[in-house]
Write a protein that binds this ligand. Structure first.
Ligand code: NAP
Length: 247
């Protein structure tokens, strides 16, 4: 039996466990299981690795995507550049255990947004500057799309929400929400941008996947924008983790 799992805390609702259990069932993968490991502290991680002898791969979520680095033997280039690991591959050779960290959010975001990009999307607004924003920034840089970061407490080159005006909104036709504003159960929240300046040329991408249509997306749609939620990114990053664990 090969065991896979998710570390984070608290793990109240987990997309990954449901996703992989459904995958194992539908694809008749009978020698694999997926478990949630809610670690109250990252210091418990080495004990988990030693006690779970069949563990082959892990996903990593909040609050350990950055803290996990010091426990790994290697990290790939994308994880290093974003400063965040969301996937760990575990290789056991005799008594030796090798842990390698990856960031599959980059693949998920990149593959999910590419089909919707037009050549008018050469400037973007990134709302929020946390862990997920780092993967978004990595992808936009690689696609040659300029970006402005919008946060509640702007530093350095960032802008505050109150600075957003008609000119900025109309000159940034791609807007990506990387904040949890609007995520279940706070479904009546949305990032504080001036939605009235959006038009049919805008593409609004919300990394949130629950609810399926956030208030940010609804307000975009009302002004004619194309809208996307984070579900496709989530599935793509999970499949990339699976590919890494099995390579
Ligand atoms: P994070 O590291 O905690 O960062 C959240 C960012 O949002 C911070 O910049 C924070 O700014 C800002 N923020 C928090 N609450 C806000 C609010 N009410 N209004 C405006 N800004 C707010 O979290 P994360 O890991 O980046 O995740 C962010 C979101 O992305 C979550 O909803 C998560 O589920 C989603 N996500 C989706 C996928 C996917 O595959 N679809 C992958 C990763 C993450 P301050 O510094 O001002 O607090």
């Amino acid at each position: 039996m090969k065991k896979f799992g998710l570390i984070g805390f608290p793990l109240t609702h987990s997309f990954s466990k449901n996703y992989f259990e459904q995958k194992f069932a539908s694809q008749h993968i009978e020698d694999c299981s997926y478990e949630n490991f809610g670690l109250q502290s990252i210091e418990l991680f080495p004990d988990l690795i030693l006690s779970e002898t069949n563990l082959t791969g892990l996903n990593v979520t909040i609050p350990y995507k950055e803290k996990i680095f010091s426990y790994l033997d290697e990290t790939d280039e994308q994880a290093k550049q974003t400063g965040a690991v969301n996937t760990i591959k575990i290789i056991k050779t005799g008594d030796r255990i090798k842990l390698t960290g990856y960031n599959t959010d980059i693949y998920g975001f990149s593959m999910s947004i590419k089909p919707f990009l037009k050549n008018t999307h050469h400037r973007a607004l990134i709302l929020g500057n946390g862990g997920a924003a780092k993967a978004v920034i990595y992808v936009l840089k690689n696609l040659g799309i300029d970006y402005l970061i919008i946060t509640r407490h702007p530093e350095n080159n960032e802008l505050g929400y109150e600075s957003l005006n008609e000119y900025i909104i109309k000159s940034h036709l791609l807007i990506i929400n990387t904040t949890p504003a609007g995520m279940y159960p706070n479904i009546n929240d949305c990032p504080a941008i001036p939605y009235q300046f959006l038009n049919a040329e805008h593409l609004l991408y919300d990394l949130i996947y629950n609810p399926e249509e956030t208030l940010f997306m609804q307000k975009g749609k009302m002004n004619g924008a194309t809208v996307l939620n984070g579900l496709s990114m989530l599935k793509l990053q999970a499949e990339k983790s699976w590919e890494i664990w099995n390579s």
